[in-house]
Design a protein around this ligand. Structure first.
Ligand code: GUN
Length: 293
């Protein structure tokens, strides 16, 4: 079998077209322009490129976007003051503090300081709690993007055996939770695997859908995958540098071998990555609509 490619690039393009129309309509009918601020502390190259991509996408969609880059030595107190400033700024509907933060800053203190109504990352405990309860809230962008990829690609989740590998707060825990809920893209039987899981391969081999979010290049090999399974690869691992200086990326899945066993698979790059950014834009538009009502 050669798997069908689940293109995040194509799906994201379709959703961005929908969002571009929504942003234009908000401006036309209500004179509202959604506003996003991204805050980056430090000079991590991967974070710099993610934040730049978020701002570029926002501009392309007609969203007002501000980018703040702070010195790596910035104190927690100064960062909290900045968050507070944007909490009070009516031009800004969404506040994103790029993670990870430098070690001297307590991540929770910063995330909890963001007004939950502007928490377009969906990381504030109010939004996390609402998500777990199945209430209306900002869904975290990567899990939200995975749901959209699965449903728009026609992958049946209801009754499916899903194995999620990785228990991070950003991806593993929320996607496992969303997929077991009574909702479109949910109703699955979910197993959440992690570093202490005894026999990862045995769990994976039973799965109709595998979602890999571990940060270990090519960890999911063909012998771990059931014939016809759907594979979502969240990993973006920098495994070297090309002669032109560009990073060489690999996912958490051994793409070339697994595509011969799976029924469909996301590539890296061009899979989950573009979806994460797109769902951030969707949340920002949602925040602007909430503020306007
Ligand atoms: N770092 C890696 N992924 C994310 C994300 O989705 N949001 C933020 N704020 N930081 C991240």
């Amino acid at each position: 079998m050669t798997a069908k490619l689940i293109s995040g690039t194509e799906t994201a393009k379709a959703i961005r077209e929908e969002l571009t129309r929504e942003v234009a309509e908000l401006k036309e009918k209500h004179n509202v322009v959604p506003g996003l601020v991204t805050i980056l502390v430090g000079e991590d190259p991967a974070s710099q490129s993610y934040v730049a991509a978020k701002n570029k996408t926002a501009h392309a969609l007609g969203i007002h976007s501000e980018q703040v880059t702070l010195d790596p030595e910035t104190s927690e107190e100064d960062l909290l003051k900045l968050v507070d400033k944007y909490n009070k700024d009516s031009k800004i509907n969404g506040i994103l503090v790029q993670l990870p933060l430098p070690k001297h800053i307590n991540e929770a203190n910063v995330l909890y300081a963001i007004n939950p109504d502007k928490d377009v990352d969906g990381f504030h405990p109010v939004n996390v709690g609402k998500m777990v309860l199945g209430e209306q809230c900002f869904l975290p962008c990567t899990p939200h993007g995975i749901l959209e990829l699965l449903t728009r690609s026609g992958v049946e989740t209801s009754g499916a055996e899903v194995v999620v590998i990785g228990r991070s707060n950003i991806v593993g825990k929320p996607i496992a939770n969303l997929m077991l809920q009574k909702r479109d893209g949910g109703n699955a039987t979910v197993t959440l695997c992690h570093t202490r899981t005894k026999d990862m391969a045995a769990h994976c081999k039973r799965a109709d859908i595998i979602i890999a979010a571990v940060g270990v290049p090519k960890m999911v090999t063909a012998d771990m995958v059931k014939e016809g399974a759907a594979i979502i690869d969240v990993g973006v691992n920098r495994i070297g540098k090309a002669s032109n200086g560009k990073a060489i990326l690999a996912g958490d899945v051994d793409f070339d071998a697994v595509k011969e066993v799976a029924s469909c698979i996301t590539p890296v790059p061009g899979g989950v990555g573009p979806m994460t950014i797109t769902m951030l834009m969707k949340n920002t538009v949602q925040a602007a609509k909430m503020a306007a009502n």
